[in-house]
Write a protein that binds this ligand. Sequence first.
Ligand code: SF4
Length: 200
Amino acid sequence: MGISRREFFRISGAGAAAAALGLDFTPVAARADAIPIRFAKQNTTICPYCSVGCGMIVHTLNGTVINIEGDPDHPISEGALCPKGSSALQIRDNGARVTKPLYRAAGAKEWKEVTWDWALDAIAKRVKTTRDATFVPTSRIKVKGKVGDKEVEKEVTAVVNRTMGIAHVGSAALDNEECYLLQKMMRGLGLVAIEHQARI
Ligand code: SF4
């Protein structure tokens, strides 16, 4: 029977590590056996946590997610998930999950639940106010040029149309199309500080 290098390391590494640490995976195997995935509907998706973009299979039964595991057919992760991705089921089934926007006014101690309409309006108003107050259409910059054979430096007025009053942080969970639209909007507003959470 052929065995790939990856499989060899996985099997020997997992077994040796478990033995060395005195771990017993019997309950884990029993729990896995008890999940009725053979009756479930399968959908493939991408882990939302980081930019590695590991592939996942989501099993649903009667509209409820009952299991999420690595997708062995995914070309990047080949079935593997890190501990964070492996616990992705908790994103959905978690009593501590925040599902509505919360707002804490300046100086207040308590967060209060608000509607999405209220939250989006509040954000839009603040973006507009800050952008208008900090927008810079032009800036004086130094450029090098030649007068005859002599190299000189002179100051000119350049159109910059920028604001340094707002920054934007993207997410590894954004897809190409969302990134494109966000870039269009942020650059249109004049933002220069546009970053990505995975680079911070
Ligand atoms: S499983 Fe882990 S490594 Fe893979 S995308 Fe999710 S968080 Fe990143």
